[in-house]
Design a protein around this ligand. Structure first.
Ligand code: FAD
Length: 262
């Protein structure tokens, strides 16, 4: 239950408040406002101005409090990322939920987190008074962030713009959360990154590397990696055998879509 509410107007003030025990950042509040067992204070981030999206060289920098809908409506949002975000949640939630909140609370079925993992999103975390290893801010990949969440406030997500991104999914109904989804980001230098979602506690990075043998070899590698990553991915929604087969097919479709786009 929320026991205290703060709405600071500077990052420094927010970080000082967040250094207090049992105090959490409040993004869109769609998750934090739901009944919780513990008591905690919240620091509302909405007055900090962390709601801009801008290009920086080959990257897109997305402030932590940008909403999912705001990202979709940005001209710079990759089409495949828009596709994934539309499956993440319905319009009303997308209008409130922030990009940072959505990644912090994601599970393996999150299409948004799967696409962001393929894009090798980097999260900038400010530490304020709780300096980490002598640094006031650190940058983390998504897997690293989700594995050992660092204390502090996410202020920015950075994704590359010089990639082709494709996203494919299978679900019970067209707008349901996927049972299996795949996202493939490809860089012009040949790097191919395959992320799989639809299962488990967080999306899985199935492949990240340069395939020297061209597109057909890349498809073969991605299919093998997808099967391998999901070979034990069975639960009440689908068997591991089904997920492994579907993941391989979706990975292939993503690479073919990227080939057509290129
Ligand atoms: C009706 C409804 C349906 C939903 N359906 C789904 C669903 O199908 N699947 C699903 O996964 N979720 C669902 N959710 C949950 C929710 O929509 C998402 O988890 C949402 O993306 C959270 O974003 P938020 O900005 O609202 O986060 P908040 O609720 O504000 O915060 C969520 C968590 O992130 C932390 N946080 C927020 N911002 C930062 C930051 N800048 N730095 C560090 N930590 C931060 C908070 O402290 C908190 O721990 C649903 C919620 C509602 C109300």
């Amino acid at each position: 239950m929320i026991t205290n509410y703060f709405r600071p107007e500077t990052l420094e003030a927010a970080l000082a408040l967040l250094a207090q025990p049992d105090t959490r950042p409040l993004g869109g509040g769609t998750w934090l406002n739901q009944p919780q067992q513990e008591d905690f204070a919240v620091v509302d981030l909405q007055a900090l101005g962390l709601n801009q999206i801008h290009k920086a060289g080959n990257n897109l920098e997305i402030d932590a409090c940008v909403t999912l809908q705001q990202l979709i409506e940005s001209a710079d949002c990759p089409a495949a990322l828009t596709q994934a975000i539309k499956l993440e949640s319905a319009l009303n939630i997308r209008n409130a939920a922030t990009v940072a909140g959505a990644l912090v609370t994601c599970d393996g079925r999150s299409p948004f987190a799967t696409a962001m993992l393929a894009l090798d999103v980097h999260l900038t975390v400010e530490h304020g008074p709780q300096v980490k290893d002598g640094q006031s801010s650190t940058v983390h990949g998504l897997v690293e962030y989700l594995t050992v969440p660092p204390k502090g406030l996410i202020t920015k997500l950075t994704i590359p713009l010089n990639t082709r991104l494709a996203f494919e999914s299978v679900a019970r109904s067209p707008m349901d959360r996927p049972i299996v989804c795949a996202a493939v980001a490809q860089w012009s230098a040949g790097r191919t990154r395959l992320a799989l979602g639809g299962y488990g506690q967080s999306p899985l990075l199935a492949m990240d590397g340069v395939e020297p043998g061209g597109i057909d070899a890349a498809i073969n590698s991605a299919q093998a990696a997808a099967k391998n990553a999901f070979h034990e991915a069975g639960d009440e929604w689908a068997s591991a055998e089904y997920r492994a087969d579907v993941a391989a097919t979706l990975a292939k479709r993503c690479l073919e879509a990227n080939r057509q786009e290129g």
